[in-house]
Design a protein. Structure first.
Ligand code: NAP
Length: 450
């Protein structure tokens, strides 16, 4: 057995405390798997008084000093946020310390700088836990599918929003009530912005797109919409169409006339109930990966939680520690493809548009004309309400609802259509718009008319 591998742990919260527990409980097995004991050199926290269950001699409030200690082999970062994590990890990597992190925000923003620092010093950089918690996803994409060509990675990567949408679906509750329930049960944070506005999912989409398409994609490149505007009636409309609403992170490599591009986007969308992602409910995550030779693959499990995320962190720690023992290196991030990121306006999607209209003769023709003017083909139209009460004085403008589902068209054309519709005299208002994602069509067909 080699000398022990010394670990600097930055952060001892929900995930870090579980890493400490598992390192202790599984010390013997981990040592056998690594070929050396894995020991904590220190644990950096902000408020040591809150960590009575951790040996006091390990605690420090000076993470920079801990990272710089000469006996540290691996730095495990579970603090979150961009700074000071970024500087600490860059320093660690530059000094040859391997790094394990669960920090999606940091990896999505500074992945390139971190990967470069790791490459230069020969240190390892692992971040399996940063996307979809316990689910082994990055390693399969990066390693198991390294010989294949990935076309699409699409999934549910945020448990909070999936819990809220599932609750709206199963109880008929509105967004605000479902969010409150999620907070009460511990599935939503006091400030839910990162989750409900799609920032968390966008960071994960950036990481997934970067690995799947060998192209550096940052969170800022990811088109993002959250779930705040999803209404109970959207969910009911989806059900009527045989669909359900999910917050999706979609990453695709699309072949256009001008060459291959990467699309990375996050928004709530209707998906057919028959799609496997439709049955993923509550706080679970699931990701569909489609590759040319492998075909469709689905990864499913718990996307968050202390022990679950710690499992992924420990997997990375064992890999980094083993490499230290045998003098090897883990896989490098590859970003050789340098594909451009497709603008959202060029992304081809379908729309479900709910219009409040005056039930007058010619309204349908006027609405259809606007779609046609923008080259957006209508798949179905359904009218609800608008029955005039003969005793009501015979006024010719009883309110009605038109539900239009389009065929696939560029997002820009769909947006322009909706804008023009809201200016129509016969349209009282656009009640809601949701994209419809088929996810079944081959990605090679997506470049079609571009
Ligand atoms: P957390 O419970 O808030 O814990 C953060 C820890 O970092 C705390 O121990 C805190 O110290 C320490 N810390 C923060 N800033 C520090 C600083 N400047 N100096 C020293 N210590 C500092 O966070 P978490 O939920 O464990 O998440 C950790 C990371 O894992 C994040 O990047 C998160 O995105 C990622 N992640 C979490 C989950 C999950 O289910 N929670 C899932 C996947 C990924 P004090 O305890 O003294 O405040």
């Amino acid at each position: 057995m080699s000398d022990s591998i010394k670990v600097a742990l930055l952060g001892c919260g929900v995930v870090g405390s579980q890493v400490v527990r598992l390192l202790d409980e599984q010390a013997e097995e981990l040592a056998a798997r690594v070929g050396a004991p894995v020991e904590l050199a220190g644990i950096a926290v902000r408020r040591p008084q809150r960590h009575a269950d951790v040996p006091t001699e390990l605690l420090t409030t000076d993470p920079a000093e801990l990272v710089a200690r000469p006996d540290v082999d691996v730095v495990v970062e579970l603090m979150g946020g961009i700074e000071p994590a970024r500087d600490l990890l860059l320093d660690a990597l530059k000094n040859g310390r391997s790094v394990v992190s669960a920090n999606k925000a940091l990896l999505a923003e500074e992945g390139e700088a971190l990967a470069a620092a790791a490459r230069e010093s020969g240190a390892d950089l692992y971040y399996e836990a940063s996307v979809a918690g316990a689910i082994p996803l990055l390693r399969p994409i990066q390693q198991s599918l390294a010989g294949d060509r990935i076309r699409r990675v699409a999934g549910i990567v945020n448990g909070t929003t999936n819990f809220i949408l599932s609750a709206m679906e199963s109880t008929g509750a509105g967004y605000a009530d479902a969010l409150e329930e999620a907070g009460r049960l511990g599935y939503a944070e006091a400030d839910p912005t990162a989750d409900v506005d799609g920032y968390d999912a966008a960071s994960k989409a950036a990481i997934l797109a970067s690995l799947a398409f060998h192209t550096r994609v940052t969170a800022a490149d990811v088109y993002r919409e959250g779930i705040r505007d999803v209404t109970a009636s959207d969910i009911a409309s989806a059900r009527a169409l045989g669909c359900t609403v999910k917050l999706l992170a979609i990453c695709e490599q699309v072949d256009t006339a001008d060459g291959a591009v990467v699309s990375a986007r996050v928004y709530p969308a209707m998906i057919p109930r028959s799609h496997p992602l439709a049955s993923v409910s509550g706080a679970f995550n699931a990701v569909f990966v489609e590759a040319d030779a492998a075909g469709p693959l689905m990864f499913y499990g718990q996307g968050a939680g202390g022990p679950q995320t710690a499992s992924a962190v420990l997997g990375d720690l064992v890999a980094a520690a083993r490499n230290k023992v045998i003098g090897g290196r883990g896989p490098r991030d590859t970003a050789y493809a340098h594909l451009p990121v497709q603008s959202m306006g060029d992304v081809r999607t379908r729309y479900h548009v709910n219009l409040d209209v005056h039930d007058r003769a010619g309204v349908l023709a006027a609405v259809a004309g606007v779609f046609s003017d923008h080259d957006v083909s209508i798949a179905t139209v359904k009218q609800e309400g608008g029955q005039r009460d003969p005793g009501h004085g015979g006024e010719d403008d009883a309110p009605a609802t038109l539900v239009v589902v389009t065929h696939e068209a560029p997002d820009a054309a769909l947006r322009a259509t909706v804008e023009a519709l809201s200016g129509l005299e016969s349209v009282r208002g656009v009640a809601s718009i949701l994209r419809v994602e088929d996810l079944g069509r081959p990605v090679s067909a997506l470049g079609g008319s571009q």
